[in-house]
Design a protein around this ligand. Structure first.
Ligand code: 5BU
Length: 264
């Protein structure tokens, strides 16, 4: 089987170079798992990557959660991720005006220098995208933005109309790699996929193989169902990192995602 057969129209239509890097990597690893490495110490992230790196395609970070951040400790995380060919995804959820977002990509954490992908809200309008992109330009790196079209948390304010307008903004920009969708609802993912079409990826947090509800309003759906409904990447934190056996869990999520892709 070839990579084009696995991804179908998505392979032809997604224009962002990182979308192809992602699809190819998922194809090689037989996994559409994005690890949410929600740890407080850099060594915990590196250790987790060393355990499950073969079964995941990208690692998602919240760098502002890290307690021992410095350039050296973070460089180790990045090097570890690169060893396993992972895309590095900082879930920063930018939301400011373009000019400020541009500088927030630099600063202490210097996200622009190591992140391949970042998330952004669309609440402030389209210029946030150009601000983020300008920052990557400055350091001569290629990066992609995932706009939050939906969220997995209960009671969030991202209405259907908001999703639609977000997709309108994203469709107009080559820097937008895709969207975040609500992994806990197959119905919402299908709706999102219908609106998005084939030209962008959808990644979905809010998936778990066993839990139905997470802490503090997180909602969960089945990872296979998320892919089947139109998601291209399942973002998994607790399901792997809080499991008794993260390696087995990572394999299970990888299999669930791959089998659903095959079925799709
Ligand atoms: P969990 O442990 O699998 O529930 O972690 C989910 C991760 O996805 C966590 O890092 C969140 O920041 C992230 N997330 C989310 O859960 N829901 C959303 O709508 C968005 C991000 Br956007």
């Amino acid at each position: 089987m070839q990579v084009q057969e696995v991804w179908g129209d998505r392979w032809q239509n997604c224009a962002h170079p990182l979308s192809h890097q992602y699809m190819l990597s998922a194809f090689k690893k037989k996994s559409a798992v994005v690890l949410a490495a929600d740890f407080f110490k850099t060594k915990d992230i590196s250790e987790m990557i060393n355990s499950v790196g073969e079964y995941i395609t990208a690692v998602k970070t919240h760098v502002d959660m890290i307690e021992d951040f410095n350039q050296e400790s973070w460089a180790e995380v990045i090097d570890t991720a690169k060893k396993y060919d992972l895309l590095i995804f900082e879930d920063r959820k930018f939301a400011d005006i373009g000019r400020v977002s541009q500088f927030q990509m630099a600063g202490y954490y210097d996200i622009r220098s190591w992140a391949d992908i970042v998330t952004s809200h669309s609440i402030s309008g389209p210029d946030v995208i150009d601000g983020i992109a300008a920052s990557w330009d400055k350091v001569e790196r290629i990066g992609g933005i995932l706009l939050l079209a939906q969220m997995s948390s209960r009671g969030n304010l991202l209405s259907e109309n908001y999703s639609k307008r977000t997709i309108h903004i994203g469709a107009a920009s080559p820097h937008v790699l895709g969207y975040i969708g609500n992994g806990s609802s197959a119905e919402e993912i299908s709706e999102l996929r219908n609106m998005v079409g084939q030209g962008k990826l959808i990644w979905t947090p809010g998936v778990n193989l066993s839990a139905e509800e997470g802490v503090l309003g997180q909602r969960y759906g089945h990872p296979g169902e998320a892919i089947y409904s139109g998601s291209d990447g399942i973002i998994v934190g607790s399901g792997i990192i809080h499991s008794e056996n993260p390696v087995d869990a990572a394999k299970n999520y990888a299999n669930a995602s791959w089998n659903a892709l095959m079925e799709r």
